[in-house]
Design a protein around this ligand. Sequence first.
Ligand code: ADP
Ligand code: MG
Length: 338
Amino acid sequence: RYHQAIKENRHLYNILQELRGNIRVFCRIRPIFKFEAKSCIEYIGNDGSLMVFDPCKSQNTRKIFQFNKVFGPATTQGEVYKETQSLIRSVMDGYNVCIFAYGQTGAGKTYTMCGSSNGSYIISYFDLLINYSSTLEIMNCSGNGGLSIPNASIRGVQSTADVLNLMILGEKNRAFSSTAMNHRSSRSHSVLTIHVHGKDISGNTIRSCLHLVDLAGSERVDKSEVTGDQLKEAQHINKSLSCLGDVITALAQKNSHIPYRNSKLTQLLQNSLGGNAKMLMFIHPESDSHGETISTLKFAQRASTVELGAPHQNKESSEIRNLKEQIDNLKKALMIKE
Ligand code: ADP
Ligand code: MG
C-alpha cells in the first residue's frame, strides 16, 4: 500500500526518480572572450560528451569525457536553471539538495550560481568558509546527526526579494582579492543554505535544505602567482578542495571510512555528500588552459561515479505513520499467534 500510494502520486514519483542514482554532473562551457587563446574544447555532443585537446601540442591529445549533460557556450542561465528546476523544487517536498560549482577561477562558477538571466550579476553570498579562518565553528547538532554553524547568519525570509536583498547584503562580506588569474577572484568557498520548514497541504511537516556551493578556484597555487598571506589562504583553500576530492574518491570507491572530518567544507556538507541528498556539479573548463581543464574534468568524472543512497525525505506524513503503526500491530498479532 505504501508503494502504491507513492505511485499514485505521480509528482512525488517523478521526484523520486529524479533523486535516485549517482551524483549528476553537468558541465558548462562559458564563451571565449576576445582576448583569450583558442578553445581547447573541440566537440560537444548532445549525449553529454565533449572532446578536449591541447591546442599548443602537435601530437594528438584528444580526450573524450562523458557527463550527464554538457551546456555549450550559447546556453542561457534560464536553460541551465530549467535542467535543475525539478531538483531544486524537490527541496519543497522535503529532500536535501546540494549544488556545487567546481572549476578554476574565471571559468564561470559565480556567473552560473548568481548571474541573472540577462547576464548581469545580481547577487553574491553571505558567509565564508575557508579552512584556515576559524571564525565559523561547526558543531554537531544533538539528536539528528546533523551539523550546525552557530555563528552563521540565519534570517527569516518571506519572498524572493527578501532572499535577493540578503544576498546583496552578503556580497559585502565576501572576500575578493586580486590574483594573476582573475582580478575578481574569490578567495573562498561560499555556501548559501536555504532552510525550508513548513507544512504541506496534507499537514505533513517538512524540514529540508538547499545548499548552493560556489567553491574557490581549483587552479594550482603556483599558477596564480600569489605570495604571503594570499599564498597561505590559497594553500588552505586548495587543502579543503583536495579534502573534498578525497571524500569523493572514498565515496566512489565505497570505502568504509569517508574522511569528512578533514575539512570544514566536507564536515558541513557531510549529510549532502553521503547520500541523504542529491548533488549536481557544474564544471567550467576554461578555454585557454588545457591542463586545468583536464584536471577539472577528471575530478568531475570521479564525482559522477559516486553512487548516492536512496534520498531521505524529511517529511513526517500522518498517513505513513498510520500505516507503520498498522504494520507494527500486525507484527505483534503474528508474534502472539506464534
Ligand atoms: P568564477 O566564479 O568561476 O571565477 P566568474 O563567474 O566570475 O568565474 O566568470 C568569469 C567571467 O566570465 C566573468 O566576467 C563572467 O561575467 C564571465 N562569464 C562566465 N560565464 C559566462 C557565460 N556563460 N556567459 C557570459 N559570460 C560569462
Ligand atoms: Mg567566482
